[in-house]
Design a protein around this ligand. Structure first.
Ligand SMILES: Cc1cc2nc3c(=O)[nH]c(=O)nc-3n(C[C@H](O)[C@H](O)[C@H](O)COP(=O)(O)OP(=O)(O)OC[C@H]3O[C@@H](n4cnc5c(N)ncnc54)[C@H](O)[C@@H]3O)c2cc1C
Length: 416
C-alpha cells in the first residue's frame, strides 16, 4: 500500500497557528461537498490544519441544481467571510407563494432576517473551496475513504487507491450515504427514502410563460408537488418531486435516458399551470436528475474515539426543509468552536453533539411532516384548497420559523 508523502509532511509539520485547547492540530476531512470545506476553513481559524479528501476525481463546480440558503445558513457563512461572495451569485427569494390548483396564497415571512438566497450548487462549491484554499486547506481528489484505524493519539485513514493518511482526528463530511457513519457505528441507521424522486429543469421565459423575479412558488400539482422561480440570469428554474414507490439511487436515476424522464414529467404535470409548460419546454440538456430524496433518522452515535460526523452524514433533514446545507454549515462551525475550547477531542465532540442534536432533529421532524403533505390524497387536497388562507392567517409563522431562521452562532463565546 502506498503512502502519500505530502500527507505525512502535513502531519509532521503543522503550521504554527493559534493553540486549540483540545490539543488537536491536524484533521482529515472526508468529503469536499458543503460541510467539508466549511469545517476545514473553520478549523484553520482555530489552529487546526485540515486536508479535505474527496472521492470525486476533481472539483465538482460543474454540478447542476440549485439550493436555497436560509438566513441562519447565510449568517454562519458570514463567520468564515463568504456570505457576500454567495449573495453576489445568488437570487434572493423575497416572497414565497403556495399554490394549489388555481388558488395561491402568499406565505408570511420574518421581517428582521434576509430572504432565502438561491444559489447554484456548483457556484456554492467553488466559493467554499476557494475560501478554504485561501485559508491554507489542502484538497486531495480521487480519495475514496474505505477504512480508518486508531493509532496512538490519532487515526490512519485508508483510501480506495491504496493511499494512507494520518491525522489527530477524522471528520466525516461524506454526505447522506456516509462511510464514516458506519465506521463509527456499524449499527448506525441508513438514510430513509422519502418516496419522492428529485429532478430539476431550466427553461427560457416566453410571452406565455414568465415569473416575477424574487418570488419562489411551492406548487401542489394535481399529481405531484413542484416548485419554481426565476433566476437572476432570467432563466426559469423548477424542481419536481415525483412520487415513486420504487427507489432509484442517483446512479440508477441518471442511467435512465433523459427523454424517458421528460415523458414522465410531461404526463405528471399535464393538468397543472405552469407545470405543463415547464415540463413541455424542458429539454434533455436542461434537466438535472437527482434520484431518490432522503431523510436521515436520528443517528445514535455522532462520534467515537477520534472520529466525528458533520452535515448530511449525521443530520439530513430532507430538501423539504430548505435547511440541509444551512444546518451542515452551522454544525461545521460549532464543531470547530468546540475543538477550540474543550480540553480534548472527545469532550469537544460531546459538547458539539450537545449543541446540535436537538435543533437538527426538530427541523428533521418538520421535514418529515412536509414530505408527507406533498402527496395529499383527493380529500386532503380539497381540504387544503379550502382552508389554506385561514390556515396561514391563523398560523404563528414567527413561532414556527423564527427559532430556525434567527439562530446565530456566537463564535467568540467560549464553549462551556
Ligand atoms: C433535490 C435536493 C434539493 C435540496 N435543496 C436544498 C435547499 O434548497 N436548501 C438546503 O439547505 N439544502 C438542500 N438540499 C440538501 C443539501 O444538498 C445537503 O444538506 C447538503 O449538500 C449537505 O452537505 P454535505 O457536505 O453534508 O454533503 P454533500 O453535499 O453530499 O457532500 C458530501 C461529499 O462527500 C463525498 N464523499 C462521499 N463518500 C466519500 C468517501 N467515502 N470518501 C471521500 N469522499 C466521499 C461526496 O462525493 C460529496 O462531495 C437539497 C438536497 C436535494 C437532494
Amino acid at each position: 500500500m502506498s503512502t502519500i508523502p505530502e500527507f505525512e509532511q502535513f502531519e509532521l509539520t503543522p503550521e504554527p497557528m493559534s493553540e486549540p485547547k483540545s490539543g488537536v492540530r491536524t484533521a482529515l476531512v472526508i468529503g469536499g461537498g458543503i460541510a467539508g470545506p466549511v469545517v476545514a476553513t473553520a478549523l484553520h481559524r482555530v489552529g487546526i490544519r485540515a486536508t479535505v479528501c474527496e472521492t470525486r476525481p476533481a472539483p465538482h463546480d460543474g454540478i447542476g441544481g440549485s439550493l436555497a440558503l436560509a438566513p441562519n445558513g447565510m449568517a454562519a457563512l458570514g463567520l468564515i467571510g463568504v456570505d457576500d461572495a454567495v449573495r453576489a451569485l445568488a437570487t434572493p427569494a423575497r416572497r414565497t407563494i403556495m399554490s394549489i390548483d388555481s388558488r395561491t396564497q402568499e406565505l408570511p415571512t420574518l421581517r428582521d432576517v434576509e430572504p432565502l438566497q438561491i444559489v447554484g450548487r456548483g457556484d456554492l462549491h467553488r466559493v467554499l473551496r476557494e475560501r478554504a484554499l485561501a485559508a491554507g486547506v489542502r484538497f486531495e481528489y480521487g480519495k475514496k475513504l474505505l477504512s480508518v484505524s486508531d493509532r496512538p493519539g490519532g487515526v490512519t485513514a485508508r483510501f480506495a487507491d491504496g493511499a494512507e493518511a494520518g491525522a489527530d482526528i477524522l471528520i466525516g463530511a461524506d454526505g447522506i450515504h456516509s462511510t464514516v457513519r458506519k465506521l463509527i457505528d456499524p449499527e448506525a441507521p441508513s438514510a430513509d427514502y422519502t418516496g419522492l424522486l428529485g429532478l430539476q429543469g431550466y427553461v427560457e421565459p416566453g410571452s406565455d410563460l414568465d415569473f416575477e423575479p424574487d418570488v419562489m412558488t411551492f406548487a401542489f400539482g394535481r399529481n405531484a408537488y413542484y416548485l419554481y422561480w426565476k433566476q437572476a440570469d432570467g432563466r426559469l428554474t423548477w424542481g419536481a418531486n415525483l412520487p415513486s414507490k420504487k427507489y432509484l439511487s442517483l446512479k440508477e436515476a441518471q442511467a435512465i435516458p433523459a427523454q424517458d424522464w421528460l415523458r414522465r414529467l410531461r404526463e405528471t404535470y399535464a393538468p397543472d399551470t405552469p407545470g405543463r409548460l415547464l415540463a413541455e419546454r424542458t429539454s434533455a440538456d436542461n434537466l438535472d436528475v437527482v434520484g431518490g430524496i432522503h431523510i436521515m433518522p436520528p443517528v445514535p452515535r455522532w462520534y467515537r474515539g477520534r472520529m466525528v460526523l458533520v452535515g448530511d452524514a449525521v443530520h439530513a433533514p430532507s430538501n423539504s426543509t430548505g435547511q440541509g446545507a444551512s444546518l451542515a454549515i452551522e454544525s461545521a462551525l460549532q464543531l470547530a468552536r468546540c475543538l477550540r475550547d474543550r480540553p480534548d477531542a472527545e469532550s469537544a465532540f460531546a459538547a458539539y453533539e450537545h449543541l446540535r442534536r436537538e435543533r437538527v432533529e426538530r427541523i428533521t421532524k418538520r421535514g418529515a411532516r412536509t414530505n408527507s403533505a406533498k402527496t395529499p390524497g383527493p380529500v386532503a387536497r380539497k381540504l387544503m384548497h379550502l382552508t389554506m388562507p385561514l390556515f396561514f392567517r391563523l398560523m404563528n409563522f414567527d413561532k414556527v420559523m423564527g427559532w430556525e431562521q434567527r439562530y446565530r452562532i456566537d463564535w467568540d463565546a467560549p464553549v462551556a
